[in-house]
Design a protein around this ligand. Structure first.
Ligand SMILES: Nc1nc2c([nH]c(=O)n2[C@H]2C[C@H](O)[C@@H](COP(=O)(O)OP(=O)(O)OP(=O)(O)O)O2)c(=O)[nH]1
Length: 132
């Protein structure tokens, strides 16, 4: 059985939110978490973003593809999302120690978790197709 992990590429004003995870391995990631039984990927992401960042988000799409995670059977999918009007600003809770709003140009230079790096490159092309 495959365990899907959804990460959110939350965009606002052309920038995308990245979050730094401390454990088990430190690195930047797309905030999110595991899809639970009975949830769609989008439902899981909206729930996780509320739990982890205190925001109200809506899913607007998904990056093509999925990426294997170091944990056997786990894969990462990255969904596109935006904060709904009136949502609180994102604030890191337990899972992250830092947040950044990145321009597409900054995406490749971030110290992503290794397994997130290719997704970040796909996202950069998606946000700014003129790059490629
Ligand atoms: N959210 C997220 N997790 C990622 C990314 N890349 C990556 O390897 N992971 C890994 C870290 C974790 O092993 C797993 C997600 O676990 P999690 O701890 O965030 O999920 P969760 O909130 O549902 O977990 P739990 O506390 O219920 O156990 O996926 C990413 O970009 N975003």
């Amino acid at each position: 059985m495959t365990q899907i992990v959804v990460g959110g590429a939350v965009t606002r004003g052309g920038r995308v939110l990245a979050a730094r995870r401390l454990a088990p391995v430190p690195g930047w990631e797309f905030p999110g978490g595991k899809v639970e039984p009975g949830e769609t990927d989008a439902q899981a992401l909206v729930r996780e973003l509320e739990e982890e960042l205190g925001v109200v988000a809506r899913v607007t799409g998904a990056l093509p593809g999925e990426w294997p995670l170091p944990k056997p059977g786990f894969v990462l999918r990255v969904l596109l999302a935006e904060l709904v009007p009136g949502s609180p600003e994102p604030g890191a809770r337990d899972d992250h120690d830092a947040l950044r709003w990145l321009t597409p140009d900054q995406l490749p230079a971030v110290d992503w978790l290794p397994q997130d790096r290719e997704a970040a490159a796909v996202l950069a092309d998606h946000l700014d197709p003129a790059r490629g």
